[in-house]
Design a protein around this ligand. Structure first.
Ligand code: F6R
Length: 236
């Protein structure tokens, strides 16, 4: 594991963007696994700047996102599809047809999950997966549980996740209670994983995940088994 401690969020974002950009430069047709939430916003801003300056070309890239709220479609400004469009896809020269986010409005989420996994497989897997970490140790929306779930699947969000994510909504009652998330198989089969975390409140769970027992009660702890994991942490 590479564990990089940086001075602030800007530094974290620049380093994460450089790592993703180098992946795209080395393999223009790569598959990027992407995350939402506040952690990657700065990284996406930097990648957008690198694209505008001509340093990175996303025209051949395919992306697969980790997760989506159940019942929110891409026109809803709280959906993760909307987030990705606004924070990254609308600002870079990626072909939107090649950007995938699980469909939280699918009539059959089990089938949607199976199709999402089949899609990732057909793309040859993920070259680099960007992850944030939840305060309960979740990655994607793989919440603490008695077992790790391999496949893309529907989940009940943990009360602590609903509470944490309520900062993006008008009220906590508006936060969807369920979501669809990539499972541990596609995440762990990514060739490289880049986990970013900022803020003092993330330190305890990050330490637990990276050095504690590997347990589904701390979903991110499974990352200890990944052969090419980079973690970037900033206190601020
Ligand atoms: C979002 C995702 C989540 C977030 C996590 C941290 O696609 O997969 O696991 O990465 O909830 O969120 P922030 O970055 O908002 O602290």
């Amino acid at each position: 594991m590479n564990y990089i401690i940086v001075k602030d969020y800007d530094d974290l974002s620049r380093k994460a963007a450089n790592i993703i950009a180098s992946q795209v430069i080395l393999k223009p047709g790569c598959v990027l696994g992407l995350a939402t939430g506040s952690s990657p916003v700065g990284t996406y801003t930097k990648l957008s700047e690198m694209c505008a300056s001509g340093d990175v070309d996303f025209s051949k890239v395919t992306s697969v996102n980790l997760d989506e709220y159940e019942g929110l479609d891409g026109t809803n400004d709280q959906s993760y599809r909307y987030f990705m469009d606004k924070n990254l896809f609308d600002k870079i020269n990626i072909d939107k047809k090649n950007t995938y986010v699980p469909n939280g409005c699918a009539a059959d989420l089990k089938k949607e999950g199976e199709e999402y996994d089949a899609l990732i497989k057909s793309l040859g897997g993920i070259d680099i997966q960007l992850l944030g970490i939840g305060l309960d140790g979740h990655i994607g929306f793989n919440e603490p549980d008695e077992f790790f779930t391999k496949e893309t699947h529907a989940v009940e969000l943990d009360p602590s996740t609903i509470e944490a994510n309520s900062r993006f909504f008008a009220s906590i009652d508006d936060v969807p209670k369920r979501a669809i998330t990539m499972g541990m198989m596609s995440i762990m089969q990514a060739k490289k994983i880049l986990l970013i975390a900022n803020g003092k409140n993330k330190k305890e769970i990050l330490d637990k995940a990276l050095t504690g027992p590997i347990t589904p009660m701390v979903p991110a702890s499974i990352l200890q088994l990944h052969p090419d994991l980079t973690v970037i942490y900033s206190e601020n």
